[in-house]
Ligand binder design. Structure first.
Ligand SMILES: Cc1cc2nc3c(=O)[nH]c(=O)nc-3n(C[C@H](O)[C@H](O)[C@H](O)COP(=O)(O)OP(=O)(O)OC[C@H]3O[C@@H](n4cnc5c(N)ncnc54)[C@H](O)[C@@H]3O)c2cc1C
Length: 529
């Protein structure tokens, strides 16, 4: 019978950090269970291959039809395999705004104010720029400057400056506002997933068992305590036991799914699927928040930008050779190379829109090939008011959960989006980007609200930051308490993006890693008495 001190479900951003920290000093036996594979291949490791990462590493979920998107279904990529979504993401290193964490604390999450979380961001970080008041350099997560940014990306920052929008060399420093090039989670020109940071260095240690291609079907409880997990691997089923407890880190879609499959969730819904109710907890799968995003796109004659043409293909072939030899060049691109944060609503407490500049024409999340060269500019609503849900489609853990982000349910999100998209176009209309004489691929009168709303509803979708479906809080209705422990059973913690009570104003990989770090620290504190 396999028994460990702790079992971690899911080797993604939160799970890798939690498992790695629990196992690192060798005192605790830890089993990390991951549904996907090792993700140890050149497509995952080479940043520029991001659009070509295969199905084995991506769940490729779809949402239910979205009324706010003219009835379209949304695409929800999610990483599968070690590293989780950090193995397929755009590598942008952003923590959110200090205001977000102070707001979490104001909502009742004691111990999660900016001053409380900053030490854990720093502990995780190995920033190539070295340490300072905001950054760490001794952690496992390598954060790098981009090695070979596209000239168009620097032109974007200069165009913003032309409009008096300030340059910001460090969005994770004193102030988030402004425009600049993003730092990335890469090491020596390769993707640095959470698994490469926290898990791979411990591979082979006697106290650390890494089980890939193992699907967790549910958490097992004995006398009100999480005592193990039921897994399926190949055709075989087995229960693995945990003396100290279980950490659930399956992400914002699969953590609520596993909670429900284990009997913790909205009782009526569980009964519909024939699941025995352990605890009636309506907040499991509720409060889904995600960054709705609109991608404006322009075509250029210039072949500076990535694109599909003979010249583009030859350039990428040369870039691939350069990357194999030196780990530099265009294949180190994270695609979302530049961007910024700015307030478009006067009463916003912090920047309410984030931009990602991509030196390529992007259509349908990169799934549709576009002929020619050009660039794209994402604008996303940083603190959406709309709330969605994750529920079960079936009682089988291998089936996709039912995802309803409910985008644009709240009109305030559209108001922010409109202003964000207008600013996107003002920036692109300013030199030096304007000198490329870009041709807008979706020209409309941007100051006609109805026309702009229609364009947004027909093209907007997620920028991949779902959170909130196993929300943390000090209130009785929350799923986990402020030390990430389940309110319903002993020996169960949740450590991933699902616990965020509010979506942070930025990308969610670093915050999910910070949450994994904190979970391990909470557990070690308990063990230390
Ligand atoms: C395409 C894309 C681009 C993104 N770009 C960025 C970016 O540039 N910067 C940024 O900061 N953030 C980005 N994000 C978001 C960020 O990567 C995620 O928010 C973060 O990785 C979430 O971490 P997590 O721990 O919550 O879940 P994940 O990292 O998704 O990990 C969940 C893990 O659990 C496993 N799992 C699920 N169900 C089971 C089961 N039943 N049994 C066993 N294992 C299971 C999964 O296989 C997965 O490995 C992006 C995301 C995507 C998809």
């Amino acid at each position: 019978m396999a028994t460990f001190d702790f079992i971690v479900i899911g080797g993604g951003s939160g799970g890798s950090a939690a498992a790695g920290r629990l196992a690192e000093d060798g005192k605790l036996s830890v089993c990390l269970i991951e549904a996907g594979g090792r993700n140890d291949n050149f497509r995952v490791k080479t940043p520029g291959f991001m659009p070509f990462i295969g199905d084995k590493s991506n769940y490729r979920y779809e949402t239910v039809p979205q009324k706010g998107l003219n009835g379209r279904t949304g695409y929800q990529p999610r990483g599968r395999g070690l590293g989780g979504s950090s193995a397929i993401n755009a590598m942008v290193y952003i923590r959110g705004n200090a205001w977000d964490y102070d707001n979490w604390a104001a909502l009742g999450c004691d111990g999660w104010a900016y001053d409380d979380v900053l030490p854990f961001f720093k502990k995780a970080e190995d920033n190539e720029r070295g340490p300072n008041a905001y950054h760490g350099s001794n952690g496992p997560l390598r954060v790098s400057n981009q090695r070979s940014p596209n000239p168009g990306s620097t032109a974007f920052v200069e165009s913003a400056a032309t409009l008096q929008l300030p340059r910001n060399p460090d969005f994770n420093g004193e102030s988030q506002a402004g425009f600049g090039l993003y730092q990335v989670t890469q090491k020596n020109g390769e993707r640095w997933s959470a698994a490469r940071a926290y898990v791979e260095p411990l591979r082979g240690k006697k106290n650390f068992d890494i089980r890939t291609d193992a699907l967790v079907e549910k958490i097992v409880f004995e006398d009100g305590r999480a005592s193990g997990v039921a897994i399926r691997r190949g055709g075989k089923r087995e229960v693995i036991h945990a003396r100290g407890g279980v950490i659930l880190s399956a992400g914002a879609f699969n953590s609520p799914q596993i909670m429900m499959l284990s009997g913790i969730g909205p009782a009526g819904h569980l009964k519909e699927h024939g699941i025995e109710v352990v605890a009636d907890r309506p907040s499991v799968g509720a409060d889904l928040q995600d960054h709705i995003d609109y991608v404006s796109s322009w075509e250029t004659q210039s072949k500076d930008f990535f694109g599909s043409s003979l010249a583009g293909t030859l350039k990428m072939a040369a870039a691939l050779v350069e990357h194999r030899r030196k780990r530099t060049g265009a294949m180190t691109t994270c695609f979302a190379e530049a961007g910024g944060f700015w307030k478009v609503m006067d009463d916003a407490p912090a920047p309410d829109v984030q931009w990602h500049f991509v030196p390529a024409m992007l259509e349908d999340h990169g799934r549709e090939q576009v002929k020619g060269h050009g660039f794209s500019l994402h604008a996303c609503v940083l603190r959406p008011e709309s709330r969605g849900t994750v529920t079960l489609n079936s009682a089988d853990a291998a089936d996709a959960p039912r995802i309803d982000p409910n985008f644009f349910d709240d009109d305030r999100d559209m108001a922010v989006m409109r202003a964000g998209v207008r600013l996107s176009h003002r920036i692109v209309d300013a030199p030096p980007l304007a000198n490329y004489q870009p041709r807008d691929r979706y020209p409309i009168d941007l100051y006609d609200d109805d026309a702009l709303d229609e364009l947004i509803r027909s093209r907007a979708d997620t920028v991949y930051h779902p959170v909130g479906t196993c929300r943390m809080g000090s209130d009785e209705a929350s799923v986990v308490d402020t030390e990430l422990a389940s309110r319903d059973v002993d020996g169960l913690w949740i450590a991933d993006a699902s616990v965020m009570p509010r979506l942070v104003s930025g990308n969610t990989n670093a915050p999910s890693i910070m949450i994994g770090e904190r979970c391990a620290a909470f557990i070690k504190d308990i063990l230390a008495g």
